[in-house]
Write a protein that binds this ligand. Structure first.
Ligand code: 5AD
Ligand code: SF4
Length: 467
């Protein structure tokens, strides 16, 4: 049957992690049958969704300033006899629920990360009730079962796509809101994941990044249904899928890195030699207060085992400075660990007090000035490591998945196995191709390369072409 719905414009602004990016895509999928197509700006949109992040205070506050701006657009639209439905989704919606409607009464819908499959129903309720609707329940059924199963339009999913395989977290790190906003751990059945991967491949995707808050603790039902598969097994299966050239996964919890997954790094060439494995701190006292179930030495050993399986693996991490009670000696422990491990890339944050989490109520909160100093020192070291790694790539041949146009005419930007952005002026091939580039220059956040002129017997990832 032909779609008789009126064409409507939908604008989604996404904050925070990759899972929010994935969720925003699914919101667009759920709304497409109602006639909504994506717009690039909120101006003139019939519906605006802010898909929010609650992980740090700054991320949450940004939402309220954006809502202030959108209110003006909404009022202007109403003056022209139009309507703009304004929705707040994601983790701020989950955590603050009605408070959002108190603070921003012009908002029409508030729904959490577990409710977006019910969007059509929420819209219907909004039309019927004529007042704001709220849905921040954790439903008994997994939302993934209710998402559309259409193959995306060719090219619509890009060359590299996210695929959520696991959601939620039972770890309760004392600083973190995720167990409260995303709920308990849930792994999607392997069959669903494989089917979604096949749909992405049919739309032209060549790289999938498997997502989960604790993705390496994946334990989804196997296709036969009696046992569960770990992430290593799932990756091996996906690597066999025609068209999947590259696999990544994020984010991992150190204590859940199991033998099979580590072995997979050595045995499955499609699995990229890059791993985001947050350690948070290099001090055992702080790690304990954070309720992390690993020590700094556990992390050192783990890095060693990963490098044993895949010597060219690049490690990335998250760090928090200024966790309550963190002393100069604790912070020195973090710096020491960073020096020892050597990260190819990392994110670091000042501890942000999140209401309702155990650490927010701890004594010995660290003054802002101290947090600022520590963050600057840590970021200097991490940036230097990243630059050194990028420079070490000059002269190497890296396979780069071409992805999107660069700023210069004819230029393309792609990703190396290590997630570095690589610019190539004369790419020869188009987006979606994996080309072997000789790296010619390195910057803080990107590389430059030229297409390798291959001679017989030229080698594989990371081979040096100059002595
Ligand atoms: N304050 C600062 N950083 C935090 N993170 C999570 N919660 C907080 C917080 N309260 C960081 C952690 C995590 C990353 C996604 O965000 O480092 O790994
Ligand atoms: Fe948050 Fe810790 Fe769970 Fe990661 S493992 S999502 S930091 S509670």
């Amino acid at each position: 049957m032909k779609n008789r719905q009126l064409a409507q414009k939908l604008y989604i602004k996404t904050y925070g992690c990759q899972m929010n990016v994935y969720d925003s895509g699914r919101m667009a999928d759920v709304l497409a049958p109602l006639g909504y197509t994506l717009a690039d700006t909120p101006e003139g949109a019939d519906m605006v969704i802010l898909n929010t992040c609650h992980i740090r205070e700054k991320a949450a506050e940004k939402v309220y300033s954006e809502l202030g701006r959108l209110r003006r657009l909404k009022t202007a639209r109403e003056k022209q006899d139009g309507r703009m439905i304004l929705a707040v989704a994601g983790c701020v919606a989950q955590a603050e629920s009605e408070e959002i409607l108190d603070r921003a009464p012009f908002v029409d819908m508030v729904f959490g990360p577990q409710a977006y499959h019910r969007l059509p129903e929420l819209l219907a309720r909004l039309k019927r009730a004529g007042k704001a609707v709220l849905d921040t329940d954790f439903p008994p059924e997994p939302k993934f079962d209710y998402l559309p199963k259409d193959v995306p339009e060719p090219g619509a999913a890009g060359t590299s796509a996210f695929l959520t395989v696991q959601e939620g977290c039972d770890k309760f790190c004392t600083f973190c809101v995720v167990p409260y906003t995303r709920g308990a751990e849930y792994s999607r059945p392997a069959e669903d994941v494989i089917a979604e991967a096949a749909r992405l491949v049919a739309a032209g995707v060549r790289e999938v990044t498997l997502l989960g808050q604790n993705v390496n603790n994946y334990h989804g039902a196997e296709p036969a249904g009696t046992e569960t598969w770990g992430l290593g097994r799932l990756i091996r299966e996906l690597a066999e899928t025609d068209g999947i050239e590259r696999i990544r996964y994020t984010t991992s919890y150190p204590a859940d890195m199991n033998d099979e997954l580590i072995a997979t790094h050595g045995e499955v060439p499609e699995l990229m030699p890059f791993l985001h494995l947050p350690v948070q701190s290099g001090s055992d006292t702080v790690l304990k207060a954070m309720n992390r179930r690993h020590t700094a030495d556990d992390y050192r050993r783990l890095a060693g085992r990963l490098r044993g399986a895949r010597p060219d693996i690049g490690l990335s991490s998250d760090f928090i400075v200024g966790f309550p009670g963190e002393t100069d000696a604790d912070f020195a422990g973090t710096l020491g660990l960073v020096e020892e491990i050597g990260f190819v890339q990392a994110y670091s944050f000042k501890y942000s007090r999140r209401p309702g989490t155990p650490a927010a109520a701890m004594d010995a909160q660290v003054p802002e000035t101290v947090k600022n100093e520590r963050l600057e020192v840590l970021q200097d070291v991490l940036n230097a490591q990243q630059l050194a790694f990028n420079r070490s790539c000059v002269g190497r041949v890296l396979p780069v998945l071409l992805d999107r146009p660069g700023r210069k005419p004819g230029q393309l930007v792609g990703r190396s196995p290590y997630m570095q952005a690589v610019h190539v002026d004369d790419p020869i091939e188009g987006p979606g191709a994996i080309v072997r580039l000789v790296i010619t220059a390195a910057h803080a956040n990107s590389l430059k390369g030229v297409v390798e002129i291959r001679e017989a017997g030229a080698g594989t990832i990371g081979e040096r072409v100059t002595a």
